[in-house]
Design a binder for this molecule. Structure first.
Ligand code: 4AD
Length: 467
């Protein structure tokens, strides 16, 4: 039997082990013949040797390939796709612990360096890269960002799973305008010429601005629910923190008596997700904190060190009124807080996240709970403001009392549309509340990225829907 096996092995060449570059660069299969595939990040032909760096997106690291200069090929250029086979060895150089001594290099996809908008060894600004949403993922900074975004998504889901929440897939197409702000994208089917088919859903339908009302339905059965999905707002504002399509993490919790119950979940979720990202994406986060947004790590560390202060809206207005800062929008009780005010409040509180509670009742949507016992007419609503961004989360206790909710809906002429919502107060209503966190703003906050368009793979905003 042994001689059969020996003969079989001699006839059958051993297949190289296929590795991802993160595995190869960490020294898996040292001494073995391996195959890696990826895109060339640099190519340095020398007299006798050729040095390549190849990256496949599995981590920030590129693998150093060393080959005889006989394997050089004019098609081996920055950006080209390659497959390399060779022996994985300890590297004699200090910069990396492992290198691949190549015996075969195959160019899978050419990349003309003259036409390619990314240039080798050049650090392109985020603004420049925004012109190339189809190519910017090939840069170190943007690929790090997308790995962090992916891990932060996992972190959010893990938080909710560990804390007993049920995930709900709330609909993207809906007939409600949860926020009542009139920022709806209407959904229409193409015309068939047949009048009966003209209105596909028989009612006006929109892309969702928030999954909150659907979550409220589900909180009446599961107590603790959340959703994490795309959200749409037809906002015409071209700002550094608004998109027409963004991702929102929303939670809804039944048997919630006070805003403190909500702020505790918001703060825990923020901490838990951030600690997860720092632990699981250390290398990518480091790239940002050292080279892209230097100095931001201290801000993140100080955010995690202290517990988040809580101030009321009235206290916030007093702080703003007393400040010597010249605001573009003057402040008075009853005014909406603008980004400049939010950023000032964050600085005033020590450049850490701060909760602002109990907003004027008239500033909040119909679902917010009336704080009847307050001297000023306020709603039990809370925003979380964070460094560099301003508002990150918006939440409230929901009006669970049938008579008050009905009166409010009648006031705004919505009682017919929301008869199902009133039913929730009729059949087993409980005190409950929830919040929504803007996921892109969260990434801006932990990475120190100035413009929201740089933390989402394909940004959508007014007059721009590239790709
Ligand atoms: O404060 P908002 O409008 O709250 C709601 O939609 C609630 N119904 C959520 C809930 O209670 N379930 O939005 C929540 C967060 C904001 O704090 C902000 O971070 C983000 O969503 N957001 C946007 N992010 C990017 N682009 C936009 N146009 C955004 N509008 C809101």
């Amino acid at each position: 039997v042994l001689s059969h096996v020996r003969r079989y092995c001699q006839k059958t060449p051993i297949k190289p082990i296929k590795l991802r570059i993160s595995e190869a660069a960490s020294g898996a299969e040292l001494g073995a013949e391996v195959k890696v595939q990826g895109w060339v990040r640099s190519c340095r032909p020398q007299k006798t040797n050729l040095f390549l760096h190849v990256n496949d997106g599995s981590s920030l690291q590129s693998l150093q390939i060393v080959a005889s200069s006989e394997l050089n090929d004019p098609l081996l250029t920055f950006g080209s796709a390659v497959e390399v086979t060779g022996i994985l060895k300890k590297s004699p150089h200090q910069k990396q612990s492992v290198e691949l001594e190549a015996d075969q290099i195959h160019v899978i996809g050419e990349c003309n360096p003259v036409d390619f908008p990314l240039k080798v060894k050049e650090r392109h600004s985020f603004e420049y890269l925004r012109q190339f949403p189809h190519l910017r993922c090939r840069t170190n900074a943007f690929s790090s960002l997308l790995r962090i975004r992916s891990e932060a998504t996992t972190a959010m889901h893990s938080y909710f799973k560990e804390n007993g929440f049920v995930q709900i897939h709330t609909p993207v197409i809906t007939s409600n305008d949860c926020e009542g702000a009139g920022e709806l994208f209407q959904v229409e089917a193409p015309s068939t010429g047949n009048e009966e088919d003209e209105n596909f859903f028989s009612v006006p339908a929109y892309l969702t601005v928030s999954g909150q009302l659907h979550l409220e339905v589900m909180s009446g059965a599961f107590s603790k629910v959340y959703t994490f999905g795309p959200t749409f707002r037809a906002e015409n504002s071209q700002t550094r923190r608004h998109l027409a399509e963004f991702y929102m993490v929303e939670a809804e919790i039944s048997f919630t008596e006070s805003l403190e119950d909500l702020t505790k979940v918001m703060e825990d979720m923020f901490r838990s997700a951030t600690e997860h990202v720092l632990a699981h994406c250390a290398e990518d986060v480091d790239l940002f904190h050292k080279h892209v947004t230097p100095g931001h790590r201290e801000t993140v560390d100080s955010m995690l060190k202290k517990s988040f202060p809580v101030i009321t809206y009235s206290e916030a207005i007093n702080i703003l009124n007393r400040s010597s800062e010249k605001f573009a929008f003057p402040t008075h009780w009853g005014c909406d807080l603008q980004t400049e005010h939010e950023k000032y409040l964050v600085k005033h509180c020590g450049n850490i996240p701060v909760f602002v509670t109990d907003y004027p009742y008239d500033l909040k949507p119909f679902y917010a709970r009336d704080n009847e016992d307050h001297p000023e007419h306020t709603a039990a609503a809370v925003d979380l403001l964070v460094p560099g961004v301003g508002e990150l989360c918006g939440g409230s206790l929901r009006e669970e009392r049938l008579d008050l909710l009905r009166a409010r809906l009648e006031e705004v002429g919505l009682e017919d549309i929301y008869s199902w919502y009133l039913d929730l107060r009729r059949f087993g209503s409980v005190p409950h509340g929830g919040f929504g966190l803007g996921f892109e703003r969260y990434l801006q906050c932990i990475l120190g990225v100035d413009n929201i368009k740089d933390v989402i793979p394909f940004p959508r905003f007014s007059h721009s829907c590239l790709l």
